[in-house]
Design a protein around this ligand. Structure first.
Ligand SMILES: Cc1ncc(COP(=O)(O)O)c(C=O)c1O
Ligand SMILES: [Zn+2]
Length: 389
């Protein structure tokens, strides 16, 4: 296929493709996959995409799997980009869309990343996959590992939504619930992985989840007929989807599919865990760990992200911003989006709506801007969050 090498996102050190890698051995930061895009574009042409399979593997030439037989799929990607006219009128913009990622296998966008990560793990011979997770990544890994015939070992905070725990158990994962946060779960995986023979598929600590997530950017461009929106609002934990989209835009420009104009990228976090918002406001390139992280939007409870500098670079380069909303605001928004548009959002996805309102109020989003909100998962998994609502 078209992968030439892997490259450290910070120090640019290069690594051989087609080997199992985690982070950069020199600086500890994420590795990104690089492609021969001139070669990719011989067969990958936007004019003929319409005839391809309706999942993320339609962008096969810019995905890392070499042998077709190693593709592990449950039908991920190619989710609808829904016009949200009623909501648009309520908030006061002309063009508002929801990219509805709840329609993925395992009901969240985590399916994209796990489809490519598990396919690559299979191709490169890993047998036991381990992950710390806020919930949805766990459900996705459990399902894709089962589909691939591999074993999965999952570490989640004890107060992860119950649905995530049950789905992992019912798809054959080995589940450990821990007192603490996702960072504590990550430390446990790191401590035990060598002895247990686990391959660590923590987000951005292996190079391929971001490749699956980047298809969000390819799809958005294709679904918007190659005219990207003005503003993308994205609920950010580890930031893999935002980093992936930013990478996709760069690749698509080099494929000759889009110009140099980029959407303003906006990170939304919960006030109880907003390390990227804080770093953005303080002008820092790396984010400090957020103390006492707490929010009902479990996917946003990520006090420290290894890809922090990649998120912050993308926000700044794009002229975007970072904004926090309260748990009350994001829970109320779930009902507002649900009742206005019929989409039962995950609380993380719903957080985009109060963020948009704040941006309009601050004059950072104009009536004429075309805005896309990312609903990253399904509200169905969060019964505890809505119990008191
Ligand atoms: C529903 C949902 N939205 C958003 C996120 C944050 O995703 P990312 O790590 O790509 O920032 C998560 C992560 O667990 C999630 O489950
Ligand atoms: Zn490095």
């Amino acid at each position: 296929m078209n992968v030439t090498h892997l490259e450290c996102a910070l120090c640019a050190l290069q690594y051989e493709a087609h080997r199992l890698h985690n982070v950069c051995t020199a600086c500890g930061k994420p590795l990104l996959v690089r492609y021969d895009l001139d070669r990719a574009k011989i067969t990958l042409r936007k004019e003929t995409l319409a005839t391809r399979r309706p999942d993320l593997w339609r962008y096969r030439e810019v995905l890392p799997v070499e042998d077709e037989d190693n593709i592990v799929s449950l039908g991920e990607g190619w989710t609808p980009l829904l016009r949200a006219n009623r909501l648009a009128r309520r908030v006061g913009v002309q063009d508002l869309f929801i990219k509805d990622e709840s329609q993925n296998p395992t009901q969240s966008f985590k399916a994209r990343g796990m489809a490519t990560a598990v396919s690559m793990a299979k191709e490169l011979g890993a047998k036991k996959l381990a992950v710390p997770s806020a919930g949805n990544a766990a459900g996705a890994l459990a399902a894709y590992a089962a589909r691939a015939g591999l074993k999965s070992f999952i570490f989640m905070p004890r107060d992860t939504p119950h649905a995530n725990v049950v789905e992992c158990e019912q798809t054959g994962a080995h589940v450990t619930l821990m007192d603490g946060l996702i960072t504590d779960c990550g430390a446990e995986v790191a401590r035990r992985k060598e002895k247990e023979g686990w391959f660590d598929v923590s987000t951005l600590k292996e190079p391929y989840r971001v490749e699956g997530k980047k298809t969000l950017g390819y799809e958005l461009a294709e679904q918007m007929e190659w005219r990207l929106p003005d503003v993308i609002i994205y609920p950010t934990g580890g930031g893999t989807g935002l980093i992936g989209m930013w990478k996709a835009f760069d690749e698509m420009e080099r494929l000759g599919w889009i110009g140099s104009k980029r959407p303003r990228m906006v990170t939304v976090q919960a006030e109880g865990c907003a390390p990227i918002v804080r770093a953005f406001e303080e002008g820092k390139r790396f984010a400090d760990e957020f103390p006492n992280a707490a929010t009902t939007a479990s996917g946003l409870r990520v006090p420290k992200a290894i890809g922090d500098f990649l998120i912050l670079d993308a926000l700044r380069e794009s002229g975007g911003t970072a904004i926090a909303v309260t748990d009350d605001e994001l829970i109320a928004a779930t009902r507002e989006i649900g009742a206005s548009e019929g989409v039962f959002c995950a609380p993380e996805g719903a957080a985009c709506l109060p963020a948009l309102r704040k941006l309009i109020e601050a004059g950072e989003v104009k009536t004429s801007d075309r805005v896309v909100l990312f609903n990253t998962g399904s509200g169905v998994k969060y019964m505890e969050s809505f119990a008191a609502d």
